[in-house]
Design a binder for this molecule. Structure first.
Ligand code: T4K
Length: 370
């Protein structure tokens, strides 16, 4: 039994020799960035893999989110969730957009569509939901509301790489979806991200905006930013596509093992897979019901830590509790009762393809106190 620390995640990487071949080619060509060969090939192959029309690669998910809002000229107020990583709301702030927090539902912790309409004002221009832990939002209901009120929908799909619903990529819903390929994600290019869109006109606008607004050697059409993925990362992404199915399959086995062994433990809830959904098992959240389990979430979190298990309380505190946002009316805990409850109960357990089952057993033993 290894006695090393076990973290919430650990990146999956292809054999180094395979990556070195790509690096040699990049060195030789001296083409390092600005939509080079690997950038172009990876964009195409990634779109095919994901089952979407167009992918535009980015430096990271945060810049992709900020740019996605620019692409659609979103302004005023945007309805979003407090139960996410801070980057979701920061992307609004960087566009001088006011976030309006709406509560989540208690099954999969995504934005509750039933609560959206009450938060719409004349200033609302869009909805920014998050497929939290890769579990799909109620995309049909969100689309219905967006259509009635003439709102745009940008999905923060940073956790939802490869997720499908009834065989169709979840990234095909909404106007745009944003991915992250950060080191902590199921699919990684070290840092990285992408915007997924449905038509070529939009893709071109995205490409202008991520390259300073250039639409030709001397033509600048918008105050764009520099958010291009470099060739080494694109090559890594290309290579990762060969292995991603294997990675996700291994994650699935670990998730099922946790679920089987934690079922029946009073006060511990492990999420069920959704019917008709191909999950990516990028996170492994449990909810700790203090009264039934006999320990608080934080006590269990500390117990795990004492034994070298570094789970994470994603997402605690809620975004709405950070100083930048807590003064907004919509950040009032009374408005966000479900999110306020879940944020105090959740721990994401370690899950990654290289996690050994003996390590998973150790985690289960600590939780079940056996
Ligand atoms: N929207 C959502 C919903 C997101 O979750 C995120 C990012 C974004 C937008 C923005 O996308 P990016 O701009 O990041 O592409 C991490 C990540 O930094 C962040 O990408 C991620 N979400 C968030 C949920 O988690 P931290 O501060 O918890 O990461 P850190 O460095 O503590 O890493 C966690 C564990 O992972 C470490 O204890 C060990 C392991 N690890 C980490 C890194 C960076 C490794 O083994 N190797 C590594 O290189 O934020």
């Amino acid at each position: 039994m290894k006695e090393e620390k076990i973290y919430v995640t650990r990146p999956s990487l292809p054999p180094l020799e395979e990556f070195i071949k790509y690096l040699e080619d990049i060195w030789e060509s001296r083409c390092l960035t600005n939509q080079g060969k690997y950038h172009q090939i990876f964009e195409k192959e990634l779109a095919d893999y994901l089952g979407v029309n167009y992918v535009s690669l980015f430096t990271n998910g945060t810049l992709a989110l900020i740019t996605a809002l620019q692409v659609l000229r979103i302004s005023g107020e945007v309805i979003t969730t407090p139960f996410s990583f801070v980057a979701t709301t920061h992307a609004l702030k960087w566009n001088s957009i006011k976030p309006v927090f709406v509560d989540i539902e208690s099954n999969y912790f995504n934005l509750n569509p039933e609560k959206i309409e009450a938060a719409i004002t004349p200033k609302t221009t869009a909805i920014l939901p998050v497929h939290v832990y890769g579990n799909p939002c109620d995309v049909e209901k969100i689309e219905e509301i967006a259509n009635i009120y003439g709102l745009k929908v940008v999905y923060d799909a940073c956790h939802a790489f490869g997720v499908k619903k009834e065989g169709k990529s979840i990234l095909n819903f909404g106007d745009l979806s944003v991915l992250s390929f950060h080191a902590t994600k199921a699919f990684t290019t070290m840092e990285g991200g992408a915007i997924v869109c449905h038509d070529d006109k939009t893709r071109r606008r995205i490409d202008f905006l991520k390259n300073f607004g250039f639409a030709g050697e001397t033509k600048v059409v918008a105050p764009g930013i520099n958010a291009k993925m470099n060739e080494a990362q694109a090559a890594l992404g290309l290579l990762q596509l060969k292995y991603i199915d294997k990675y996700i399959e291994q994650r699935r086995k670990i998730a099922n093992y946790y679920r089987k062994n934690l079922s029946g433990i009073k006060g511990i809830r492990y999420l069920q897979d959704l019917a008709g959904v191909k999950h990516n098992y990028s996170y492994s959240p449990i909810l700790v019901d203090e009264k039934k389990y006999g320990l608080t979430r934080d006590e269990l979190y500390e117990n795990l830590k004492k034994q070298g298990i570094y789970g994470r309380r994603y997402f605690y505190p809620l975004i709405s509790q950070f100083p930048t946002y807590r003064a907004f009316d919509s950040a009032d805990p009374k408005n966000l009762a479900v999110a306020e409850g879940i944020t105090k109960q959740v721990i994401c357990l370690p899950i990654y393809p290289d996690l050994a089952f003996e390590e998973v057993d150790k985690i289960i033993r600590i939780i079940t106190r056996k």
